[in-house]
Design a protein around this ligand. Structure first.
Ligand code: ZN
Length: 163
C-alpha cells in the first residue's frame, strides 16, 4: 500500500486539463492502486489523478466503501434530473458546500484493464462521478457551490443545534 500526497486548492495542477490515457502501463496500474489506497485512507468517496499530481484522465470512485470503480478516459453520455446536496473534496479539506448535480448520469469509460464499460448511476454515485469528472478538466466543486462554502465543523454545530 502506498499513499500519495493529495494536492490542495491553490495548487496550480488542480486547474489543469488532464490528458487521455493511451495504455495502462505498470506505472499507470501502480498509480491506480495508490489512488484507491489514498482515497480509502482519507475516507473519501472519489479521487482524480490530478489530485495526486498526475494529469491523466483517470479517477476512482467508491460510494459504499466496498465497490470501487476505476474510470479511464471517461465520457458522460447522458444526464437527467437534479439533486442538491452537500459536497466536499479531499483537495479542499475541512470544507463543504451545497452543489446541484444531475441525479442520473450515463458514463462510458475504460477500467484498469482498458476494458470498455458503460455505467448508469444515480444519486450519490452520480454526484461523485460528476465531481471527479470536473477534476479532469481542472474544475473544483467550490466553483459551483450555492451560497457559501462552510467549515465542516460549523455545519456539524448547526446540525447538533437542530437536533
Ligand atoms: Zn474533489
Amino acid at each position: 500500500m502506498a499513499l500519495r500526497n493529495v494536492r490542495e486548492q491553490g495548487d496550480a495542477i488542480l486547474g489543469k486539463i488532464s490528458k487521455e490515457v493511451k495504455e495502462v502501463t505498470p506505472r499507470t496500474a501502480e498509480l491506480i492502486e495508490d489512488m484507491l489506497d489514498t482515497m480509502y485512507e482519507a475516507n473519501g468517496v472519489g479521487l482524480a489523478a490530478a489530485q495526486v499530481g498526475v494529469l491523466k484522465r483517470i479517477f476512482v470512485v467508491d460510494v459504499t466503501g466496498e465497490d470501487p470503480f476505476v474510470f479511464i478516459n471517461p465520457r458522460i453520455l447522458e444526464t437527467k434530473g437534479e439533486q442538491s446536496g452537500q459536497e466536499g473534496c479531499l483537495s479542499v479539506p475541512g470544507k463543504t458546500g451545497i452543489v446541484t448535480r444531475p441525479n442520473y448520469v450515463k458514463v462510458e469509460a475504460y477500467d484498469e484493464n482498458m476494458e470498455h464499460f458503460v455505467l448508469e448511476a444515480e444519486e450519490l454515485l452520480a454526484r461523485a462521478i460528476c465531481h471527479e469528472y470536473d477534476h479532469l478538466d481542472g474544475h473544483l466543486y467550490v466553483e459551483k457551490v450555492e451560497g457559501r462554502l462552510m467549515d465542516v465543523e460549523e455545519l456539524q454545530e448547526e446540525e447538533s443545534e437542530e437536533a
